[in-house]
Design a protein around this ligand. Structure first.
Ligand code: AMP
Length: 118
């Protein structure tokens, strides 16, 4: 069981943004932008590569709702999913990073620049 499954079942707390029967959005504990939300399905898929495409349609709507709730829908945001170890994935439960609240440079998440938000 991953740490995200423990968050879903309430064993570990999170700073929740939005939840429904199928998805949960919460603030990343180590934010890489002024707004950094993680969005996860409650069913445990290892990553994007192993996701059932049927769930992605519903997840798209949920992500759009979270972006709007955070006031990012008009100004813009970045949506990332790290897939597998070469993709930088550390938690093997599918999740999307929703990043915003600043004008993000293309390389603002590079390892050498990890202390800088923008
Ligand atoms: P990834 O590298 O794509 O697997 O991203 C995992 C993310 O989960 C990282 O950005 C972490 O900061 C975040 N994270 C790990 N544990 C927690 C937690 N308990 N609450 C919130 N975010 C977490």
């Amino acid at each position: 069981m991953t740490i995200f499954s423990k968050i879903i079942n309430g064993e570990i707390p999170c700073n929740k943004v939005l939840e429904n029967d199928h998805f949960l959005a919460f603030h990343d504990i180590n934010p890489k932008a002024p707004i950094h939300i993680l969005i996860i399905p409650k069913i445990e898929y290892k990553n994007f590569q192993e996701t059932d495409p049927a769930i992605m349609g519903e997840m798209t709507t949920f992500i759009q709702t979270v972006a709007k709730l955070m006031g990012l829908d008009e100004g813009g945001y970045r949506l990332i999913t790290n897939n597998g170890s070469d993709g930088g994935q550390e938690v093997f439960h599918l999740h999307f990073h929703l990043l915003g609240g600043a004008k993000l440079s293309w390389n603002h998440l590079s390892d050498s620049d990890s202390k800088n938000f923008i």
